[in-house]
Design a protein around this ligand. Sequence first.
Ligand code: CUA
Length: 347
Amino acid sequence: MTRRSWKSTLASVLPATFALAVTGCKAQARYPLDTLAPTSDLTRSIYDLFVEVSVLDIIVLIVVVGALFLGMLVFSTRTGSRRQPSVKHSDMYLEMAWTIIPALILLAITVPTVRVIIRTQPYTWPKDTLPVEVIAHQWWWEFHYPTLGVETADEVHIPTGQTIHFELFSKDVIHSFFMPQVGGKRDVIPGQENQITLVANVPGEYYGQCTEFCGDSHANMRFRVFVQTPADFQQWVKHQLEPPVKPSSGPAAAGAKIFANAPCAICHTVRGVSGFSKEYTYGFRGPDLTHFGSRSTLAGSIMDNTPQNVARWIRNPDEVKPGANMPTLGISGGEMNELVAYLESLK
Ligand code: CUA
């Protein structure tokens, strides 16, 4: 390529790259898995560390690359320079400088890094800490609040201003619990309890996703985190503790009978209707559906909770979430409408 065509290529590529970078930054701001939008003490400390280290990196980059270019300019024969670099075989001060300065830079990175690592692995918790058990399944998330008696799936609610201690367990393979804005990321490993401890600050609905390849539907293993004010959270807990709706007439009542007689009740709990102890005997179980209608998503939080989507999921689970343990039940037509009406009535 001639020098001219290099220049014209650069002239067209550079603005395009810049435009891409700018639109990329803009898209990032509304991207649901934004890792640079901390909303808890934990993600804030990780974010601050990232900024601190990045600033140091940029200073080092500018100094090193600047010195390189300066050397090239000053000693270049092309610019007609007659200056020759002097050769030194031993200079104690220079050698001390390039040993001590990098050591200080490494220290400036190590100290805050270790501080954040210790911060993210606490061994003690405040008295009013709220424990939340997170149990990963292929491919959905089970959430237990052992001190509150609440159980839910794929959507976890937490209050602001209170220490939350997520205890992470896996029922099958290695998963990873990733909720970038609220709690960062941690692997969920069978036979080992990992933890995430945080205080959330900003109420809102946040996205989460499994980030360890865990089989066919790894990409369909998502969840939502609802950060609420303490009053809203108490209201939610109160509602979750209420017994399920028992429809007495209409399609929902017919659907309740279908639910109890179809295989649904083998895997899914609706408190007082079906269910089994936490230490179930089957190799797998489905989400607790006692208040299914109050959730905004379903099937690993990949679809909005609408009657059409519930019917689509029940009709052919494998089409929605390949490899899912949920079997095809062969329910259709009027029966399907009744079953969906019942599930949606479980507010
Ligand atoms: Cu669970 Cu990927």
